[in-house]
Design a protein around this ligand. Structure first.
Ligand SMILES: Cc1cc2nc3c(=O)[nH]c(=O)nc-3n(C[C@H](O)[C@H](O)[C@H](O)COP(=O)(O)OP(=O)(O)OC[C@H]3O[C@@H](n4cnc5c(N)ncnc54)[C@H](O)[C@@H]3O)c2cc1C
Length: 372
């Protein structure tokens, strides 16, 4: 019967709300900063993993909706070098589909539509909270307040809730990812569109990466990864920058930068310390990026956020004592996240090393014949 406030309606927060409702918790609210469900274009395609993202959707009773919305074939990868030679091509031959892809937009829609009416309170940017009885009085930027017995921070990489639990900050991993999209890509960048072939393209060279994925609406989303300082900013024209930074790369890649729709987002890459720890509180916890931000180079962020939601929903509904439930969830969550972050940091380093292609082929058990 406790009132649960989830701050942040990303994949982690919405999955938790759905799972709690499925498990009989009726008093759940999600406070989301976006003005409404259409406020933002949702990013690229996500591969969901059996033991995490898909396990959460299964327990949430949403596999049918997932199957109706996922993108068969979008999981096929091509590893390409900077001269546009295809080194690995999963489009050639059969590929077992074990990590199905879904676009962020449809995933969010499935989760939103699964919730009881008025679960999500839009336009509610969390501004702060004070202790109130055994719970919390939350304040939002729009001037409203709300009481909750338990607060869950699901407010992503720059979480405002996190500081109520721990002062531990993420550390900079030494690189930036510059993110962009090309809408109507078949028309604007036909050669790239053909190369991506509805799946994902991993281009490695000169200790840099360019990762491109096809969305169901005809967009190509991409992010260029490169070593940088934490305060890197794009000075001047993006094309000039690209041409000097990626000067030995094939001209085909430049077309993405020349045709970008809606600008670029620089994302300096941070990771939470692997040994982070804090004292469990009886009425406050967090999940997903708020708890264990890590770079995107192992494709685990959404999966971890959804697995956190699954484990937290189980702990909160199966344990009688909320304090013990939160302590159990957090202990396992930190251990899980730490192992995944270690693997992710290794992968990030490998992909941004001079020998990236050779090393990646080693990881997937293939020999490199030296095309690049
Ligand atoms: C370029 C890029 C590529 C990625 N690729 C992948 C991938 O392929 N696979 C993968 O698994 N992961 C990927 N990730 C990581 C993934 O996006 C995150 O790990 C995941 O979205 C975390 O989910 P979350 O619910 O914890 O947080 P988020 O998705 O960040 O959601 C947080 C929500 O909280 C809201 N919010 C924030 N502040 C407030 C506030 N003060 N008050 C109220 N609401 C607030 C936000 O509007 C948002 O809706 C990628 C990330 C990036 C940047």
């Amino acid at each position: 019967m406790k009132k649960i406030a989830i701050v942040g309606g990303g994949p982690g927060g919405l999955t938790l709300a759905r799972l709690l409702q499925v498990k009989g918790v009726s008093s759940v609210k999600v406070y989301e900063r976006d003005a409404d469900k259409n406020a933002r274009v949702q990013g690229a395609t996500l591969d969901l993993h059996e033991e995490s993202g898909l396990a959460a959707l299964r327990e949430a009773g949403l596999m049918e909706a997932f199957i109706a919305n996922y993108r068969p074939g979008a999981d096929k990868i091509r590893i390409v070098d900077k001269e546009a030679n295809i080194i690995v091509d999963e489009h050639a031959g059969e590929k077992e589909e074990n990590r199905p892809e879904i676009d962020r937009g449809p995933l969010r829609k499935i989760l939103l539509e699964s919730l009881s009416a008025d679960t999500v309170v839009w336009d509610s940017q969390f501004a702060g909270m004070e202790k109130s009885g055994d719970g919390w009085m939350l304040r939002f930027k729009n001037g409203t307040t709300a009481y909750a017995d338990i607060v869950v921070g699901a407010d992503g990489a720059n979480s405002k809730i996190r500081s109520y639990l721990t002062p531990i900050q993420p550390f900079f991993v030494g690189m930036t990812a510059l993110e962009g999209s090309v809408y109507e890509a078949e028309k604007l960048v036909p050669e790239m569109f053909e190369l991506v072939k509805g799946g994902k393209l991993f281009i490695f060279g000169d200790s840099k990466t360019l990762i491109v994925s096809a969305k169901g609406d005809g967009t190509l989303s991409f992010y260029a990864g490169f070593k940088s300082s934490a305060d890197w900013v794009l000075k001047g024209d993006v094309l000039d920058w690209y041409k000097s930074e990626f000067n030995e790369w094939a001209p085909i890649y430049e077309t993405l930068f020349a045709n970008v729709s809606g600008g670029f987002i620089p994302r300096p890459q941070y990771c939470m310390p692997l040994d982070q720890n804090w004292e469990a509180l009886p009425n406050l916890t967090m999940l997903g990026d708020a708890a264990h931000l890590m770079p995107p180079y192992a494709g685990e962020g959404v999966n971890m956020a959804m697995l956190d939601a699954l484990e937290l929903s189980r702990c909160l509904t199966e344990e009688h004592d909320t304090h013990a439930a939160i302590a159990k969830y957090e202990k396992e969550m930190r251990a899980r996240a730490s192992a995944t972050a270690a693997m992710t940091l290794e992968q990030t380093e490998r992909l941004h090393s001079p020998e990236a292609i050779r090393k990646m082929l080693g990881v997937i058990g293939m020999e490199y014949s030296g095309m690049a």
